[in-house]
Design a protein around this ligand. Sequence first.
Ligand SMILES: Nc1ncnc2c1ncn2[C@@H]1O[C@H](COP(=O)(O)OP(=O)(O)O)[C@@H](O)[C@H]1O
Ligand SMILES: [Mg+2]
Length: 801
Amino acid sequence: MFGRDKEKTDVIETLPMVPLRDVVVFPHMMIPFVIGRASSIKALDYALVKGKRIFLSAQHDATKDNPSAEEIFSLGTICNIVQSLKLPDGNVKVLVEGLDRGRALEFKEEQGFLKVVVKLIPRQTEAASGVEALMAKVIALFEQYVKLSNNLHYDAMLAAVRVEDPGKLADTIASHLVLPVEEKQNLLEIVAPQERLTRISAMLEAELDKLQVDKRIQGRVKKQMERAQKEYYLNEKMKAIQKELGRKDDRLSEIDELRKKIEQARMSKEAEDKALQELKRLEAMPPMSAEATVSRNYLDWLIAVPWARKTRERKDLQAAEKILNDDHYGLEKVKERIVEFLAVRQLVNNPKGPILCFVGPPGVGKTSLAKSIARCTNRKFVRLSLGGVRDEAEVRGHRRTYIGAFPGQIIQMMKKAGTRNPVFLLDEVDKMSMDFRGDPSAALLEVLDPEQNHSFTDHYLDVEFDLSAVFFIATANVLHTIPQALHDRLEVIRLPGYTEPEKVEIAKRHLFPKQIQSHGLSPANVSFSEDALRETIRRYTREAGVRNLERELSSTLRKVARKVVLDGKAFRVEIEPGNLSEFLGIPRYRASRLEERNEIGMATGLAWTEVGGEILPIEVTLMPGKGALTLTGKLGDVMQESARAAMSFVRSRAEEYGIEPSFNRRVDIHIHVPEGAIPKDGPSAGITMATALISALSKLPVRRDVAMTGEITLRGKVLPIGGVKEKLLAAHRIGITTVILPRENEKDLADIPKNILESLTVELVEHIDEVLKIALVPRSAPQPEAVAPPDLGPVQEGMTH
Ligand SMILES: Nc1ncnc2c1ncn2[C@@H]1O[C@H](COP(=O)(O)OP(=O)(O)O)[C@@H](O)[C@H]1O
Ligand SMILES: [Mg+2]
């Protein structure tokens, strides 16, 4: 048995030894490890028998199974075996406690294990000056080290810092540092505690630096990982959203899909090249960039435009005629011309003919005829309202260089049609205006020109698109605001408006059934008597077409629908003149706008405006003055001129009409025309103004049942005017019995419905003298009986238009 010698004289003993792989045992340290080598187990067994002391020292090369003496560090630790446990696999687990440093002086191999002659290296306990400060520093560093490195236990740190002996402190800390074996061995070999501490302090500082850098890097790595994770999460989410939207979750398949669509779109060669080129660009872009969105949009447009799809055109003219008749009452001439037009289009295979244009007031069926034509010819129908279109770009698109650019209306509508041969209605071409941004009608002209429209270029699409298979139809309220170049391309079909009986029929056959259906009613719920229809037409509408009539029917049926919902499906009501006001309220118009009496200075003209024919009452008032002529009522230039012409004529013929020739020196003349009824055909109010003027000056009243229209020359000749049918319809509507027309308009009477001609006396005149003869009431003649307008009901007092 060898006791531990505290004396400073050399203590030498012979101990069994175990070479350690990768471990350096420091004094004061408890360490468990497993022993497996047969020689080591033998050494252990020997030690267990001989006082449990053993010498442990690291071998240079951990991989050597049987290191020779030279391959083992000679400086090691004399240890006490605290515990040993045989493991089932034959290995032995031991727990040892380091006691002191020792230097192996001699290695001997005996009985199959190593023994060493060890010289104990005594501990140095005397404290050098300054060692305490050094200890404090090392402790502080160690604390930091523990905090930064995550692989040391807090306990170990505490145990270490409680140590008061510098040597023990150095050893304890050294044993806890994570260092390569050589480094640890180096520490073990420094015998002087202060020196060891200094070394440890330096090592800790270096280690701390490293750890801090690590920590920073780790922080950065962590941030990066967080970002990566976030991106991953967002990407996954995006994929989920895209999947939800029915898109493929994969970039490649998006490109593939686009490519497939491009191939299937049967584009023109030019367009396909452009699309594939764009696809290549898109492929190179980050998928979520704004640029990619722009690119994708563009491709979507290219793909969506109908390059090749067509409906099969129906050429059966009889079927066409039938459809037109089914959809529209009356309009015989119009329908006839449409069928002719279709026939010509078929014969002239390359349809370079003119563009059909329906002209007429609102609600006469222009749009609805165009729809019927689409049905007749088995084409899709699209409608582009040009009202308010002022900008060429609206028609032709913006260049793609603009952010948020998109194609113009033509291409948008073609996409909507989905086929390249639709009926394309250019509604209200007369309402298109132009401003500094360019003339949209120029773009429209190109669209309509068969020489050009096979290669129509939208600024956005930027490739030619063939519009030649499109059946363009235009509509307008009036023709005179349409640019001449465009006008020249149109084949005009006029729809002047309907007579009252026509309106009744249209309402009965078309409007009412349509409205019943769109209100979800059945014919069993409601009936509308013919008298009630007539009453609605007369007292609730004043129009050439049937748009307001349709609106009134709709508001009637809304009330009926409400009742049906409240009272059940069995609800039924018959609408008669007697209960009409329950549905439509107080009538809006008097049955007639005829003057109550024959008036002096007041003549009834007929005007042709955008909303159809209108009556145009003209008032002339005289005041003492010096012959000034005042015109009020927002009159256009042409109308002012014709007022002056009328004035000059009257002066030249004053005597004949019993007017004092110098009247213009004593009176001021004021001519008033109600605003809003300005004729669109220019000077047609000429004879009306002359009549009112002469009536005022001669004090002869004008017959209230006479209406007139015609231009007047300075010599009193009456010149022809436009819109005869519209004007006659308007005159008829308000109960005029006699209409004065220029003789040259006689040919227009051929178009007038028979029933109108039967109820009106049409006087054809060439000179204003004839007009005055008919219109003025001679001084001797008694006032004629008030003429009742044709079959109109009573007018409630106090109701005015
Ligand atoms: N002759 C007609 N026969 C049947 N319905 C008609 C007739 N004329 C007009 N309509 C109907 O009147 C309504 C207004 O016609 P619409 O085509 O919109 O007029 P516009 O385009 O000339 O202003 C539509 O419901 C239309 O079907
Ligand atoms: Mg319309």
